[in-house]
Write a protein of this length. Structure first.
Length: 58
């Protein structure tokens, strides 16, 4: 399922290993300078989850 909370799009997926972990992939939308600010704002939440992080830069 793909969703957005206004500053990133994400979807959950499974790597399909023997001991599967559901990861949430985050694709940040915006300028490069926004990336670190948004990452810092979301750090606590991100650290509580299993995330793979990428960025789509304008």
């Amino acid at each position: 399922m793909i969703y957005s909370d206004g500053w990133h799009l994400s979807h959950t997926f499974n790597l399909g290993t023997n001991n599967p972990i559901n990861y949430k992939k985050i694709i940040f939308l915006g300028e490069k300078s926004d990336f670190f600010q948004k990452l810092a704002e979301g750090k606590k939440h991100i650290m509580e989850q299993n995330y793979l992080i990428s960025m789509a830069v304008k």
